[in-house]
Design a protein around this ligand. Structure first.
Ligand SMILES: Nc1ncnc2c1ncn2[C@@H]1O[C@H](COP(=O)(O)OP(=O)(O)OP(=O)(O)O)[C@@H](O)[C@H]1O
Ligand SMILES: [Mg+2]
Length: 260
């Protein structure tokens, strides 16, 4: 279970960041009073355009960032006060975290399994399952630097799942993957859901969200603009599909100057 209560995250902007964002403001409100709940046995989709605040939200859930305001509970534990307990029950995948280029997937899988206090037998059992699910056996002994983007992504996913966590936090898990590989990842997320895990994924691919997610929260400019099942969102927005719903909400909630 993930419970986000009135999360606000404000970044202080360095001179360099101010130039990048073309602003003279000293702070950026990346997430603005956002609340949502993702439950066990459910895939929750965090949908939003570039810069909406998806990664920032997920980094707060994964204890990598402290909320400026509000709080987050994961499996009942507070992400600030009980950060270690939260870390023990989650896995976090984001394209900012890279596997060390000099090691093989097989080596890194063992390494992270040991870090999580797993026995050799437990690691071997997980490895058999995950390497088969993501077709990793054919490149398991190659160094990460020799792998293609898609292979690296599959390796990162398998390594992140080593300790069979209760809560799975995936930031754009299919980014860089071809449709066959992407389908493999999405099918695995469905398996995790069937196993009763809490899964939260971010994406800006509407069709993917529509097929995969039980419930969706759309964020625009750091604010949640809608949350619900797909039929609920279509009903509330009076639109035929999630893409149309998104465009409608985007037009209603965006002031061009505010997008970046
Ligand atoms: N470390 C940081 N310092 C300052 N501003 C930041 C920092 N990280 C993100 N931002 C800003 O916060 C806002 C939200 O960024 P975030 O990365 O959470 O968006 P996102 O929804 O994940 O976007 P994308 O789809 O491009 O991955 C953006 O305006 C971004 O420029
Ligand atoms: Mg992001």
């Amino acid at each position: 279970m993930i419970e986000i209560n009135n999360l606000t995250k404000i970044y202080k902007l360095s001179a360099k960041k101010k130039r990048e964002l073309k602003t003279n403001k000293d702070v950026k409100i990346a997430v603005n009073d956002l609340s949502l709940t993702a439950k066990p046995g459910e895939i929750f989709g965090l949908l939003g355009p570039n810069g909406a605040g998806k990664t920032t939200t997920l980094r707060c859930v994964a204890t990598l960032l402290k909320p400026t305001k509000g709080d987050i509970k994961v499996c009942g534990f507070d992400t600030v006060k009980d950060a270690q307990k939260v870390r023990d029950s989650i896995c976090f995948l984001t394209n900012e975290i890279k596997l060390d280029e000099h090691f093989s997937t097989d080596y890194l899988f063992n390494f992270f399994g040991k870090l999580k206090d797993m026995s050799d037998e437990e690691i071997a059992k997980r490895k058999e399952e995950l390497f088969a699910a993501f077709n990793i056996n054919e490149f398991k002994d190659k160094k990460i630097q020799e792998l293609s983007t898609g292979m690296k992504q599959k390796a990162s996913i398998a390594v992140s799942l080593v300790n069979d966590p209760e809560v799975v936090i995936f930031d754009e898990p299919t980014s860089g993957l071809d449709i066959v590989t992407a389908k493999g990842v999405l099918d695995y997320l469905k398996k995790l859901r069937a196993d009763g895990k809490t899964v939260i994924v971010s994406t800006h691919i509407m069709s993917e969200a529509e097929k995969l997610c039980d419930r969706i929260g759309m964020i625009i400019g750091g604010k949640k603009v809608i949350e619900g099942t797909i039929p609920e969102i279509l009903e509330e927005t009076q639109t035929p599909d999630i893409e149309e719903a998104f465009f409608k909400l985007y037009m209603e909630n965006t002031d061009e100057k505010e997008v970046k």
